[in-house]
Write a protein that binds this ligand. Sequence first.
Ligand code: ADP
Length: 278
Amino acid sequence: MAILETRDLKYSYPDGTVALNGINFKAEKGEMIAILGPNGAGKSTTFLHFNGILKPSHGNVLLKGEPIKYDNKSLLNVRKTVGIVFQNPDDQLFAPTVEQDVAFGPMNLGLSKEEIEKRVKDSLKAVSMEGFERKPPHHLSGGQKKRIAIAGILAMNPEIIVLDEPTSGLDPMGASQIMKLLYELNRQGITIIISTHDVDLVPIYANKVYLLNEGKIIKGGTPREIFSDSETVRSANLRLPRVAHLIELLEKEDKLGIKMGYTIGEARNNIKEFIKGE
Ligand code: ADP
């Protein structure tokens, strides 16, 4: 059974914009899924359905096989299970200090003072931000703010974390550190779903990819299945990972029979194999 699923999910905004046009999405427990799509494809709108912030115009969102209900009590439960990290941490962080910010969710769950303190401490440790407890969030760098936003969600002990473009606005090192952090959380059993434009990072970290365009999923599969279909990828105004593009050129234009690779590691091995076989 999927831990999170949407069935024929359609959504139009109050101004009439049709944002989602029949999304069938499935996340199994423990997966790390990337949703790829150009701007305006419907990624954020899909995510806002995952924890009931938006209610479908048509179709269902199922959490552990049960359709989400939209009364306050059910939504509180949904939000304990599915945490969302927004694209812009300034939309998420608002308390005067890091500590208060991370404590906000657990406080709303009505936990004891000791339990709240423990969760704040553990969450800050998990994102390597111990020592920042008393800092105002607006004094932090983009990458640090992102970490605190993730800590705030971790403090709720969610089973699923959904992150809208977690690497946007970060420098390459910051982006790679955030992806490593998400990989580590995933290894600990949390199901991770991200949206991204960063196609180079996808084959390294994701086990499943959905390509979204104009409110529809145009393809789903492993990174290999997705990126081997370069035509569909490009039709959605996306590109191949750089290293895959290089091998594509070597193969198609230079007629070198190098096996395709989607990560640097894979490409390196395939190029070495090719050279040895020459
Ligand atoms: P993405 O996250 O892939 O960039 P979005 O989910 O933000 O895409 O947007 C999907 C579509 O919905 C776009 O056409 C966008 O203009 C529209 N949209 C997003 N938010 C709103 C809103 N609050 N009101 C009206 N239309 C919106």
